[in-house]
Design a protein around this ligand. Structure first.
Ligand code: MN3
Length: 205
């Protein structure tokens, strides 16, 4: 079996994000859920070797060109791999607790205030029915947008650049929060890696 795609290691311990995200949830989320997306993505590409040399971002941005036989598997598992790899990078136990500089200015311009942005993001995360993600992205016109996607669909599929993402699948919070998704979303703000978000923003704008 191909190991084209690999599970990245976490840059912090499983318990590093407590109490916002508990160690057991992080362990299962990374070692089981993310690992499964990677394994299933590699399996899907076993039958489509011509795609092996393309970066995942490019494959996802042209998802409709992927052979139909494996398109759904690539959409779900490639999206899952990209989304989770990105997610781990925008989480951190330490660091700056709010954005500043040009990103803050752009958030205020687009959403009136930082609070306005956080409310809109939390609302997207809360109202996503079933499984999915909430996103802050830079769209094709280099404008900030907040929205949610279903399942493992990625903003990359619309050629949008993710800047911040939140996994609102039940596997991301159910052990600790059960049905209280809003409490998980509130706690998320305490572990956002704003330095990473700012870096993505300055790379992409
Ligand atoms: Mn997940």
């Amino acid at each position: 079996m191909s190991t084209l795609f690999e599970l990245p290691s976490l840059k912090f311990d499983f318990n590093a994000l407590e109490p916002a995200i508990d160690a057991k949830t992080m362990e299962i989320h990374h070692d089981k859920h993310h690992a499964a997306y990677v394994n299933n993505l590699n399996k899907a590409f076993e039958s489509a070797a011509e795609y092996y040399d393309q970066p995942l971002e490019k494959i996802l941005s042209e998802i409709n060109k992927v052979p139909e036989a494996i398109r759904t598997a690539v959409r779900n598992n490639g999206g899952g791999h990209a989304n989770h790899t990105f997610f781990w990078d925008v989480l951190t136990p330490g660091g700056k607790k709010a954005p500043s500089g040009t990103l803050l200015a752009e958030l205020e311009k687009t959403f009136v205030s930082l609070d306005g942005f956080m409310e809109k993001f939390a609302s997207a995360a809360t109202t996503r029915f079933g499984s999915g993600w909430a996103w802050l992205v830079l769209d094709n016109e280099k404008k900030l947008q907040v929205y949610s996607t279903a399942n493992q669909d990625s903003p990359l599929m619309d050629n949008h650049k993710p800047l911040l993402g939140l996994d609102v699948w039940e596997h991301a919070y159910y052990l600790n929060y059960q049905n209280r998704r809003p409490d998980y979303i509130k706690a998320f703000w305490s572990v956002v890696n704003w330095s990473a978000v700012e870096q993505e923003y300055s790379k992409s704008r």
